[in-house]
Design a protein. Structure first.
Length: 159
């Protein structure tokens, strides 16, 4: 229970790595905001079910969690996501910027809209959530920001 009484937000936590992170944080005692827009891997659509399913898993295991379905791709979305932690649990201790979408295309085949969508989720999303959480963490004199990337983000990848 290393994270007892801590509050964590995990973006993109409705599946994959984000889901695993949310479940692990909850097992360690954190209260978790499971953020997921519920879109497809390419970022289209919305569905509350993925976030709600992870929350149900956490609660069934004896943990505490709430869903949030806001997009990380705007400052307003970042504020709402962090606001959920503050409203439900009264603080924010950990932000895991994990949300991501796929647009695997060669540069010469990528549209400006695809580029903008990736930048909005991957970069602006991390900025929006971190920016919203930072003043609270500063006031608490504690907090952790964890930014997730794939090997594609580190060394590149075809497409």
């Amino acid at each position: 229970m290393m994270l007892k009484d801590k509050v964590a937000v995990v973006t993109g936590a409705g599946g994959g790595i984000g889901r695993g992170i949310a479940l692990s944080l909850a097992r360690e005692g954190a209260k978790v905001v499971v953020n997921d827009l519920g879109g497809s891997a390419i970022g289209e659509g919305r569905d509350a079910a993925p976030a709600d399913q992870v929350v149900a898993e956490i609660v069934a295991a004896g943990g505490t969690a709430v869903s949030n379905y806001d997009s990380v791709a705007s400052l307003a979305g970042g504020e709402k996501i962090i606001g959920t932690a503050l409203e439900k649990f009264g603080r924010i201790d950990v932000v895991v910027n994990n949300a991501g979408i796929l647009r695997d295309r060669m540069l010469f085949n990528m549209s400006e809209d695809d580029w903008d969508a990736v930048i909005a989720v991957h970069l602006k999303g991390a900025f929006a959530c971190t920016r919203a959480a930072a003043p609270h963490m500063r006031q608490q004199k504690s907090g952790r920001i964890i930014n997730i990337t794939s090997t594609s983000g580190l060394i590149g990848n075809y497409g």
